[in-house]
Design a protein around this ligand. Structure first.
Ligand SMILES: Nc1ncnc2c1ncn2[C@@H]1O[C@H](COP(=O)(O)OP(=O)(O)O)[C@@H](O)[C@H]1O
Ligand SMILES: [Mg+2]
Length: 257
């Protein structure tokens, strides 16, 4: 199962959700791989504790190989980093991804990630893809490579407008490139249960037929602590309400198998 967490808006919780779901998956005994496709490398840092030059070149090296040609070019290999957490491995992102992007676009390398994931699926039960905040080469590659897409949403009225566009783009991509891609749903992050407006907005989205999931993720400083400690919530504080919500969300997504 290959799940991509995507919304072209930044700061909605893509990295936080991808890493925490991957951590729950690993804690439940699934061999789990997270592939970080964002040059900002937030997920890479969160799960490995590494920064800057200490981060091994993971996915950027793979993409670079796809650009190399000639008889001695090594092809299709990717370095996998073992995190301190059992069953949880990462393919790291580095800033180099930004420089590579125009070359990859020019050479039409959009299906290479899918091929890599097909191979990796033999070694991993679950693969999570974290995406950059844009509909660019890397996100399109991920949407072509995945079989499920989870959309984080922050209950903001500006984001709502963007959400319609995003659903449309995913539909088009499905038609053109990946008929098997299933929209698992929209997950609300940083939900404020006591405020009237977010709930009203959600009710409207549901009435419009958008696939809003029944589990909301609360806003908590625990998330920031977790980032700072480079330890996903399920390992940092499994009893915390937000950790429990991630467990619930994971269970919900797995039950849709
Ligand atoms: N449920 C949450 N509660 C509190 N803070 C959160 C929560 N989810 C995300 N954040 C914070 O919001 C910011 C953006 O989250 P991030 O996962 O990096 O979003 P994205 O990957 O979509 O840009 C981070 O500083 C993160 O700590
Ligand atoms: Mg991110």
């Amino acid at each position: 199962m290959r799940r991509v967490v995507f919304n072209q808006k930044g700061g909605v919780g893509k990295s936080s959700i991808a890493c925490n779901l991957a951590a729950v998956s690993a804690a439940e005994g699934y061999r789990t791989l997270l592939i970080d496709l964002d040059a900002q490398a937030n997920s890479t840092h969160y799960l490995t504790g590494l920064t800057g030059d200490d981060i091994p070149v993971g996915i950027a090296d793979f993409f670079k190989q796809t650009l190399a040609s000639g008889p001695f070019a090594k092809k299709g290999k990717v370095d996998i980093y073992e995190t301190p957490f059992d069953n949880l491995h990462v393919v790291t992102a580095t800033a180099e991804l930004a420089e590579l992007q125009p070359k990859l676009e020019q050479k039409h390398k959009i299906n290479k990630l899918r091929k890599l994931l097909e191979e990796l699926a033999e070694d991993y039960d679950r693969i999570y893809l974290d995406t950059p905040p844009a509909l660019n080469f890397y996100t399109v590659s991920a949407l072509i490579a995945a079989d499920r897409v989870l959309i984080p949403f922050d209950c903001d009225s500006f984001s709502r407008q963007a959400l319609y566009g995003l659903m449309q783009e995913i539909e088009e991509l499905k038609e053109d490139h990946n008929e098997d891609l299933e929209v698992e749903g929209i997950v609300v992050n940083q939900f404020q249960p006591r405020a009237a407006l977010p709930q009203q907005l959600l009710d409207e989205l549901i009435a419009e037929g958008l696939p809003v999931l029944p589990v909301n993720l609360m806003s908590s400083v625990k998330m920031r602590e977790s980032h700072q400690a480079c330890k996903p919530l399920i390992f940092l504080d499994p009893r915390h309400k937000l950790s429990q919500q991630f467990l619930e969300l994971h269970q919900l997504l797995e039950s849709g198998e």
